[in-house]
Design a binder for this molecule. Sequence first.
Ligand code: F6R
Length: 242
Amino acid sequence: MKIYVSDDYKGMSRKAANIVSAQVILNPACVLGLATGSTPIGMYQQLIDWYNKGDLDFSQVKSVNLDEYVGLAPTHDQSYRYFMQHNLFDHVNIDPANTNVPNGLASDPEAECQRYNEVIRSMGGIDVQVLGMGHNGHIGFNEPGQAFELETHVVDLTERTIEANARFFASKDEVPKRAITMGIKSIMQARQILVVVSGEDKAEIVKKAFFGPVVPQVPASILQMHPNVVLCGDKAALSQIL
Ligand code: F6R
């Protein structure tokens, strides 16, 4: 594993954007695995900035996102499709037809998972998968205790997650109860994994995930078994491992 430590969130975002850019420059038709959440937003902003300066070209890039809520339309401001449009896709020259997010409105979510696995396979797999990490070590919507060997699948959100998300919706009842997520197996098949972490509140889980035992109770711990992981964090998030 390579570890890049930056002074702050901005530095971490820039370093992570450097790594994604390297892929895009060296392999213009690369497949980027993308994540939502607050941590990668600065990285996306940096990529947009370099695109605007003429340093990056996304015209042949393909993307595949980690996850999506079941039941949310792409236009819903809490959907992950909306997040990606707003935070990256609408601002660079990526071909919309080359961007993939699970379809939250699929009438048969299980069939949508199979379709999504096929999409990933048909693209020849993922060149670099960006991952944020939850405080409990979740990656994508793979929560503690889930099997390591799953590909894209439907998950029931925990009561804790539903409550945590309620602030983004008019009421708790509107919070989706299920999501589609790439599984740990899909994630582990990416050729490179870029984990982004920021803030002291992530320090403990970073230590557990990368220096503790590899156990399903800490889903991100499986990344220790991946041959090409890059961990990009700010000093605060990496404080317990440096
Ligand atoms: C995002 C995702 C989640 C987040 C994780 C960390 O697509 O699947 O696993 O990466 O919850 O979120 P932030 O970055 O908001 O701390």
